[in-house]
Design a protein around this ligand. Sequence first.
Ligand code: ASP
Length: 581
Amino acid sequence: MKTMYRTHTCGELNGQHVNEKVTLCGWIQKIRKLGGMTFIDLRDRYGITQLAFNAEQNPDLCKQIEPFGREWVIQVTGIVTERYSKNKNIPTGDIEILVEEIQVLNESLTPPFTIEDESDGGDELRMKYRYLDLRRNPVKNNLMFRHKLGIAIRNYMNNIGFVEIETPFLIGSTPEGARDFVVPSRLTHGEFYALPQSPQTFKQLLMVAGFDRYFQIVKCFRDEDLRSDRQPEFTQVDCEMSFVTQEDILNTFEGLLKYIFKEIKGIDIEPIERITYADAMRFYGSDKPDARFDMRFVELNDVLKHRDFKVFNEAELVVGIVAKGCANYTRKQLDGLTDFVKRPQVGASGLVYVLCQEDGHFKSSVDKFYNQEDLRAVAEKCGAQAGDLILIMAGKTEKTQKQLCELRLEMGNRLGLRKAGEYKLLWVIDFPLLEWDEETQRYYAKHHPFTAPKPEHEAILETEPGKVNANAYDIVINGTEVGGGSIRIHDKNMQKRMFKALGFTEEEAQRQFGFLMNAFQYGAPPHGGIAFGFDRLCSILCDADTIRDFIAFPKNNSARDVMLNIPSPISEAQLKELGLK
Ligand code: ASP
């Protein structure tokens, strides 16, 4: 690290350097006075080194540092000395620098919040001064982690023959189910570019071009409502391969994930289990189940629809989960669970419970309608034992599955079953190709319009579109979707049929995707791929709640950058030039 400014960094000196004359540069973290001694903690990206000033030996120097404050940038030269009281917590804790010379490189205003691991600054303030926030260890370490993960991925992909190729940011709309960010054209007023939601069509064209194995760590842009795991611009590890089946893709990327976990976390992951979309919905009520814990759904229609209980009799689905060892829940705890499912975010109208008491008796919130025999049958069906609690919900299938999924996750939290540092990976496969939307009364592509139907379902694309499945897959870690992909259509006519199924007229399809269908006529190989959410991968591997912590300059929940204060108006002249005025 030797440069004209410094001989070492603030993180590298130790007992072996004692008596060496060194020069360091950095920021003042802390100044402490102890009798005739003054100590400064000098910080840079690499660590902290203690500087010592002795008032008796060097009164001039002590006078010089008197006005210094936090975050000033200084350069010091001095002798590495063994410390009297050592600090075992930091690598440089055995030594300090007895300073002989000091130079102020830049003064600093007092920062608006403390640059400590636990800062006193609120979110908004820290975002406004993100460059100061980035000086704090936890935030800095997150970006270092991101870097390390990126390098590991590039190494692995390079080693197995993938080529990183950049694709354009100024493109036309690619429908991936989200809104596009658009860029007005100055040269042709009234026309627009769109920023890519993903490089989907380009990576397919690269397969037509014969690159065989492509990847890219790439920014993507989606104008969606934001959540903690969404940003308007985010990064994907985007991949595509030629001459492969779904099996090849799952195996290739299982290899990548294995490597990442080993390399980055030192964890050997188990072979990744697979579950079909249909089973994921049936057993977990979600296409991204948190499989760190079991608590699978059990359908109870046949054991609960024979009595006089209207709620169940009228329901499309009656379904339950077993909370092990929770039969001792108090009335208050059970009411708490009912309140939980009634919250608008979950939106259920109620919850039925069955306590399987230790004495073999059953107590339920529907005792009026069901006798002990009935409840025993329920317990048996659920595999519940004495001491367990059964929680049951009923209603329209999809809605009820979703609601029970929320309750399952909540119970997982309450019972400590969603352990940080434990990772359960899952391939969800066999997604439906299309999804019916009630509101607009049409089918949408579940993944995207370039996903191929399973060959054995091709014939029913027009007659029974809702029944067509695709070789489409998601990779889920601990209940979060971190990637997804599919085998693609590589035949012009099939692509045409797909656009038709999605309600495109032939002209619309040709206008928007003619370039792709044309390309398919020039020897497009069979191909498929996947894309991973890079920011999400970072946050999951670090057990963090939000991807924002892993992005150097993120937007807030209203898609604003509070440091740049954008979005912001542009000048009249610019508007005119772009034909927007
Ligand atoms: N382009 C897709 C996405 O962004 C991923 C893929 O199919 O490879 O979700």
